[in-house]
Design a protein around this ligand. Structure first.
Ligand SMILES: *Cc1c(COP(=O)(O)O)cnc(C)c1O
Length: 408
């Protein structure tokens, strides 16, 4: 594959119109990428092109615009199929990562009951906790949490024995949205499959920062979300192994997901259509297709190395700052920096940084069990994307030192 090599960050930045915005008199330094990424022109164009150049509802059409839009929608599905290394027919469009996990949990839940166990981890996003809590409440399944160590790593030695012959599902994040930790998926997947349990990988962060090959991962389900992949909101992806999707009951009912409907009987369409009830997010899917095509132009390892260099630069600049507590210090982690500053509320830190044009997130990051694990109710979080520069990493470090001086 031909990549734009080497990574030309300035040229990449120019493709993101918003990055030249002024915020409080400074050029924006956008470090809230783990919450949502900015969009390149390729994505913006793909979406406006379909609206301006010819748009219609998909799949039923007998006219030119309907056929063209259907083709663009299905082409986007093929782009995502390639992006994840899946086979045709294994990619379902959803409205986001959250809906994709709910779809799987609701479907699998129909066959689960008292005594069945679901294993997740302490570092999951609420999207990968609450749908399983539903099954605890409604079906009596046992929901177990694999522990996280002081450095923010999955405690593998403690986790593997939690996978036993009652385990039906293991659902875990590939990369923590708070800690940046990258989980040992292979060991977990092998242990889960050895007892006949299914594995769902939450790739909402992982797909952004790592090269993904769902076949090599050998997971049963893989989930990611458009808006963190430099694509639009309102679109997510569920990958499922063909036989897993084929065995999964439908989630929502409506148009497009049926075989036939009569007054006394319904039959369902095959996957992926079975899981795409109603008019799908057509424009958003096309935008996501453009986003992953755009991402596939870059060597993913080079992107990850660039992002990690930014993270390392900040850590180096703040080395010895005894007022800074970094939460998540796993070796080989991704470029997400969660931190607290003694005596300062994370919300105040974020607001003071914003005054200097730096956008970070502060709060529980939809991960309250993880916050509890580290004895905090909130943290601030700077998260890096491929368009961030070393200059921005330094601007963030300087802004943080200045912010801290207000509390010292
Ligand atoms: C963002 C995120 C989600 C949820 O994705 P949505 O786009 O909000 O549906 C789930 N898991 C992780 C790890 C995330 O970072």
């Amino acid at each position: 594959m031909a990549f734009d090599a080497p990574l030309d960050i300035e040229a990449i930045r120019e493709q993101f119109p918003v990055l030249s915005r002024q915020i409080n008199g400074r050029t924006l330094v956008y470090l809230d990428n783990a919450a949502s990424a900015q969009k390149p022109r390729a994505v913006i164009r793909a979406m406006t092109d379909v609206m301006e150049g010819g748009y219609a509802n998909v799949h039923r059409g007998l006219h030119t615009l309907a056929n063209e839009t259907t083709e663009a929608y299905e082409k986007a599905r093929l782009s995502v199929t390639r992006f994840l290394g899946a086979n045709e027919g294994e990619i379902v469009f959803t409205k986001g990562g959250t809906e994709a996990i709910n779809l799987v949990a609701a479907g699998l839940g129909q066959t689960l009951g008292e005594g069945d166990e679901i294993l997740i981890t302490q570092m999951e996003h609420h999207s990968n906790i609450v749908p399983w809590h539903f099954l605890r409440e409604r079906k009596g399944v046992v929901l177990r949490f694999a522990p996280v160590t002081e450095t923010g790593e999955l405690d593998l030695a403690a986790t593997l024995p939690m996978i036993n012959d009652r385990t039906r599902v293991v659902s875990l994040t590939q990369m923590s949205n708070v800690l940046g930790t990258i989980n040992p998926l292979q060991a977990i997947t092998e242990a889960a499959h050895a007892v006949g349990a299914m594995v769902l990988v939450d790739g909402c962060q992982g797909a952004v920062h790592l090269a993904i090959d769902v076949k090599a991962l050998d997971c049963d389900f893989y989930v990611c979300t458009g808006h963190k992949l430099y694509g639009p909101t309102g679109i997510g992806v569920l990958y499922g192994k063909a036989e897993r999707l084929a065995a999964l009951p439908p989630y929502q009912g409506g148009g497009e997901m049926i075989g036939t409907v009569s007054e006394t009987k319904i039959t369902y369409a095959d996957p992926p259509m079975r899981f795409e009830a109603g008019t799908p997010p057509i424009i958003e899917a096309i935008g996501l297709g453009a986003a992953v095509e755009w991402m596939m132009r870059f060597d993913r390892a080079a992107v990850a190395a660039h992002e990690k260099a930014l993270y390392d630069r900040v850590i180096e600049r703040l080395d010895g700052a005894n007022w800074l507590r970094v939460i998540g210090t796993a070796p080989d982690k991704g470029a997400i920096l969660s931190f607290t500053i003694a005596g300062a509320h994370p919300h105040d830190i974020a607001q003071i940084l914003d005054k200097q044009g730096v956008a970070v997130r502060a709060g529980a990051h939809c991960a309250e069990p993880l916050m509890a694990r580290f004895g905090v109710t909130a943290s601030a979080r700077a998260s890096f994307a491929l368009y961030n520069s070393l200059t921005e990493a330094d601007a963030f470090s300087d802004a943080l030192v200045k912010a801290r001086s207000f509390f010292a």
